[in-house]
Design a protein. Sequence first.
Length: 663
Amino acid sequence: MQSPSTPARDPGQLGPPTSDRVPEQHLTGSTVVEQATQADQSASGNDDINLSPQTASPEVTTSGHLGFNSFGDIYREVGNSLSDHDNRAAGTSRTDGATVGSNLATPSNCITELPPSTTTLETCLFVLQSIPTEDKGQALFAAHFDPHDAFVRPVAQRALDSLYATYGSYLGPVRDDAQLSELTRILCANTAKPFSENEADPEKWVAQFTGTNIRWETLGILYIYWELSSRNNHLVRPETKPPPPGGRVAAFRQRDVYRKCINDCQALARRATEVGNTLLLYVYWKRTIVASIVSGDTSLSCWMYNGEAVSLMTFLGLHVNSNKGVYKPTLASEIKRRLVYKIFVIDKVVSSITGRPPLLSRRYMLTPPPLDLKDDYLVADEETLARAVASLDSNGYNTDGAAYSITFWRARAQLMIIRDEIFEISLGVEGATSAETLYALKSRELQAAADMPSVLQFREADVRDPDVSTDMLYPRILMRLEHLQNLFFIERLLRRHGCANEKDLLAVSYDLTTTTMLFWTNMDGLAMVYEDFKWLVMAYAAPGGGILCLELLKPTVTLNEPNGITSANGESVTRSSIVQLLSLLVGFLNWVSPKEANGNICANCKIIVQRVLDQVLNVAPNRDGPLADFLEWDFSTHLDFNFDLLDTFEWTRPEFSWTDLPP
């Protein structure tokens, strides 16, 4: 999946992941934070930690979003039928859009008391003890550069500044547990307060979780930046950069500490509220990204964290925030929209890799896409924001030709809407999907790629253009890959229906693999997205490479004929070019260390591609016919390449018996 970009750093040649690294601790859903029970909420006041927040707003309920099919929707109609006098008398008048039926739920959205739990207190103190000192915390935050972040960076910067400005005396090199216990009480009390999701004033919205109102969610967000930034310590060869204090092992352990604190902050925040909020949703979503890096894109942790993010988003009802009247964007509303669509996109990316059904369908997405606005505009005054909104085109994109952090996500979401349709056909019950439907889907995909903002259009010359920076080159390449992957899936669906053009499938597979290899052949220039390499090769190059292997073993197209296949850059696709491309792929796969999260999958892919190349290149000459020997190999007996659509990595599964392959 698309993982956060790695911090900017001094240029240097990247080597393979170093052998002295410590295996990262895999993420789990467990935590030492004890969940409060109903009895805990009414506990006496002699607790070790007194966490009595302000009384919850009567308008906030624990039922979350209740849609059309719910009992609450019916009672909303009943409430609307009552006179205003009856509504006031019955106390059913609502101003926050919640359903009248929600009043049947528990009256408070927060846990008002924390039990005297030693383990919970220890967790709180561990999180606070692990906060880096101000100089290190600011340096880590500044070093982490992600052009595709889900949050508004100026807001995160303000939260960081306010943390040290308000509680810097608590967070020095030497820390006192008594002071940290006091800060724990403040954090827990603040976190239990209702969070105003629809606050229109950006200053008031930010003030809810900064300064003296700091919450556990705030620390969770900051720990995400620190954890991801700490990954730059191993990006270069050991001889090109001095190791950090304490050595690389210490740096890896520090990263594990930050990651544990992310989980602990999430658990502490979840414990203090029955409702959740946008801040907590951001932490949930970023946990999915971190889990994909640590445990792998196909891991249970990654899949479950993705499910939790989708669940919280739909619980909050963020997917059904359709416009009622003229939309007036605010910092709060745009952050919610950004999160909704980024969760939607990553849900499809995870499904593309695993072949599992996506958890969120486009059919339930009523919230319009976020506007293509620069982060700074969202925290500016109302007049500045209004001018920026007025300058957008009819499709919601900026007219400055700029590539903001959200520009990439808006365009990517359009491709993922088409991919969601592909999944319905490929992963659902086989119905009467016609070839015409698939060809229409292909036409829509081609049109969506053509309508992409020019600033995101990839050109071969971009790779060597010094004016195209990494933060511009990366989204262009990735958008190209997403487009090619959609075409790849559609061509395979056409093959399933017996109407495929084998030339088109081979061409898109070649382009998919070639485009991914740009990360391998231009590694120095794309160093800031180093962490993405390990999933990019698996998600895009490996599937395309599988089709190329099949073509070498069981040709379906005469490659060297005059009207043969041409790649996207105009080069003819020949058996020789396929062999050369697969040789590069072997090198890329071999570069991924077996200790990496996706290392075993990459190693399995490498073994297969190597043996295919050996089988093709080591065949004995035969004057009576080309390559007769290798075509006699019963490929289906040894390699399960005839996988179902989207079951792309069936041939990489660990249960596959590699000893069955010919030597």
